[in-house]
Design a protein around this ligand. Structure first.
Ligand code: WTA
Length: 644
């Protein structure tokens, strides 16, 4: 095994110390003198000007490495093109249709500079926002890095989202440009990204220009403000000076679901975020020069931002970027990619693993996966049996597994085994310990620390460099969402407990956020989308445990008078959700009911709905306004009108 980490209950592990000496030293240093510790971490980056102060902590706002000047694109590219890494493969890209391209660090550098120059010509300057709505093609990281180079703030919108979602995000951030493609491939189908963008632009008054990457051969209409990506970059020089950014200048906005209707714009800074990423990747993945890193996340989500774009490129490793679905054209796609390019690290989601596991061991066993040295998971809790399958069948008991817990807001990994610096027993289903410098405490309702073995809320005691700066244009919501629920702590919104050995176990969300196939969605956001349909008076959304997706969306709808439930209406509703949020938010089941269970103060009891759909004990319903609604719902679920 690569670093000696062993599986719990394995007889050979008795002589292995719980924590390696190296990590103890690092963690102690971080705890004793956090300023000095983070300052040393920041020195791993390239700065134009060194900072004067490690952190200016004005709770709950932190400015990391104050006075320092830095550029994210410079740290991902320039640093390498001045070294022997210049002609090394940065991105090995594979299209869903089997096409493949490799871009060296120098090639990425040239394209980024050309696009940066083109954006400047279009009047984009430091602080302007650019929305990027692209599939998983190299132009996506290139666009992000081009923005970073000139100090523009990128806002990437996942290419599975609808035109309404793009418009909401482009309006909130007042983006002046959208970068998209003529289309994208998903499970063999072409997604009309440009048409969807055109619809969004009609509702986005700030957007002046749309830049279009050629991905398919589809004929598309180019309007007055539309420009071909290739045309604008071909005219440009491949040299563009990096903007000197203040360390706490925003690098990007990434909209993510919260517990209210509208997604919130999580804002990440530059120097702190990059410091967290560089060091977390070093500790967790222990990148070496020969690594071929395969992170399967879409860049539209935070894992893709942090561990497809910024962390691997800063480290100068070669990474694989795959455009399409894990099951296209068959159930061996990831394994085929691992074999073909010799991936050494695979970082993926429990959902993908559950789906593969269902198809048995023969498929992965028919590929040569022996290049793998480390496996990782992210985004949702991993069931111990899936963990073991990953460990035995994919890793052949030779690869440690890093189960990494973190969030869009934390910027980078917060809890994980650090494969580079520690040597511990792994426990399937536990992320193990927090990273150096990260102080996690599990607390009860009143903010008091709970004893080991007891479930509580996961909180973070001290600021860390990767933490969000704030929410875009909404400092109040930032304070309220993260810093008021537990005194002087960051409140993550997850349930967790710590076992007797100090291992952290994440138990899932404590709020109205769902994780469907690892994708983060807000129940209230989906309810608002339902209610925006002309026939819906009220909506309640909850989730049901699902063997593959983790959880699936279940909706209860009360129709306005004059509307009756039907299969046709059910289909219309799915279409409506597809158009307002995107296909990922479509409900697994919709139940039409006469009433929703509410408390006497009028709040929908989603907890109760969740228990009912999962056939769990219902618990305390004394605050319920009308018990009849529960009976009706149970009857509805068990008996009638189940539309799929
Ligand atoms: C969940 C994804 C268990 C958690 C990086 C968190 C996890 C939310 C894990 C953030 C894990 C993430 N084990 N649960 N290893 N990783 N989560 O913002 O509920 O899309 O709060 O960031 O995913 O989701 P987000």
């Amino acid at each position: 095994m690569a670093n000696g980490s062993k599986l719990e209950n394995n007889d050979n592990t008795n002589n292995i110390s719980l924590e390696g000496k190296k990590i103890k030293k690092i963690k102690n240093k971080a705890a004793d003198n956090p300023d000095q510790f983070w300052s040393e971490c920041a020195k791993n980056l390239v700065w134009f000007k060194q900072w004067d102060k490690t952190v200016d902590w004005n709770p709950p706002f932190a400015k990391w490495f104050q006075g320092g000047k830095i550029n994210a694109a410079h740290n991902c590219l320039d640093k390498h093109i001045e070294s022997e890494i210049k002609n090394k493969a940065a991105i090995i890209w594979e299209g869903e249709n089997g096409e493949s391209t490799t871009l060296t660090y120098n090639q990425v550098y040239c394209k980024v500079n050309q696009l940066a120059n083109a954006l400047k010509k279009l009047g984009i300057k430091k602080g302007d926002r650019v929305t990027i709505y692209l599939p998983m093609i190299p132009e996506l990281p290139i666009s992000m890095l081009a923005c970073a180079r000139i100090g523009a703030i990128h806002s990437v919108v996942f290419s599975g989202f609808s035109s309404q979602s793009i418009a909401d995000r482009a309006n909130d951030s007042k983006s002046r440009i959208i970068i998209t493609a003529d289309g994208g491939y998903r499970r063999g189908k072409t997604i009309p990204l440009k048409d969807i963008t055109d619809d969004a632009v009609k509702k986005s008054p700030h957007v002046e220009k749309v830049i279009v990457v050629r991905r398919t051969n589809k004929e598309i209409a180019m309007g007055e403000g539309d420009l071909w990506f290739e045309d604008i970059i071909n005219q440009e020089s491949n040299l563009c000076e990096s903007e000197w950014m203040d360390s706490s200048d925003p690098l990007f906005i990434l909209y993510t679901s919260g517990t209210t209707g509208k997604p919130k714009g999580v804002v990440h800074g530059t120097g702190g975020y990059l410091t967290h990423l560089y060091n977390s990747a070093k500790w967790v993945f222990n990148f070496v020069a020969t690594d071929i890193f395969f992170c399967t996340a879409d860049i539209g989500w935070v894992t893709g931002h942090s561990y497809v774009v910024y962390a691997p490129l800063m480290h100068g490793v070669t990474e694989i970027m795959y455009e399409g679905a894990p099951d296209f054209p068959d159930q061996g796609r990831y394994w085929d990619i691992v074999e073909k390019y010799g991936a050494t690290i695979l970082y993926t989601t429990p959902t993908a693993l559950r789906a593969y596991m269902r198809h048995g061991d023969d498929i992965p066993n028919s590929f040569n996966l022996s290049t793998l040295r480390l496996l990782g998971t992210v985004g949702e809790p991993i069931n111990p049996e899936v963990w073991l399958w990953y460990y035995n069948v994919i890793g052949k008991q030779n690869c440690p597994i890093v189960d990494t817990w973190w969030q869009t807001e934390t910027g980078g990994i917060m809890v994980s085994m650090c494969s580079g610096i520690e040597n511990i027993k792994m426990k399937p289903g536990s992320g193990t310990f927090s990273l150096p410098g990260i102080e996690i405490e599990i607390v009860g309702e009143g903010g008091e620390k709970v004893e080991s073995g007891k479930k509580g809320y996961l909180t973070i005691k001290k600021p860390w460099p990767g933490m969000l700066l704030s929410l875009w244009n909404d400092d109040e919501r930032y304070k309220k969402t993260y810093w008021e629920k537990a005194p002087n702590r960051y409140f993550a919104g997850d349930f967790a407990y710590v076992d007797k050995d100090g291992y952290i176990w994440i138990l899932g969300r404590s709020d109205d956020i769902l994780k469907v196939s690892g994708h983060r969605l807000g129940t209230i956001e989906i309810e608002s989308a339902f209610v925006s349909h002309q026939s819906v008076a009220e909506a309640a959304v909850t989730s049901k445990n699902d063997e593959i997706k983790g959880e699936t969306i279940i909706a209860f709808l009360v129709l306005k008078s004059g509307f009756v439930s039907s299969e046709q209406l059910n289909r219309e509703m799915n279409e409506h959700i597809r158009n307002t949020i995107g296909p990922i938010a479509v409900a697994e089941k919709i139940y039409f009911v006469n009433k929703l269970p509410k408390t006497r103060s009028g709040k929908i009891m989603r907890r109760l709905l969740r228990s009912i759909v999962n056939k769990e004990t219902i618990g305390d319903i004394t605050t319920l306004e009308d018990e009849a609604s529960v009976e009706e719902i149970i009857h509805e679920i068990n008996q009638i009108k189940k539309y799929i």
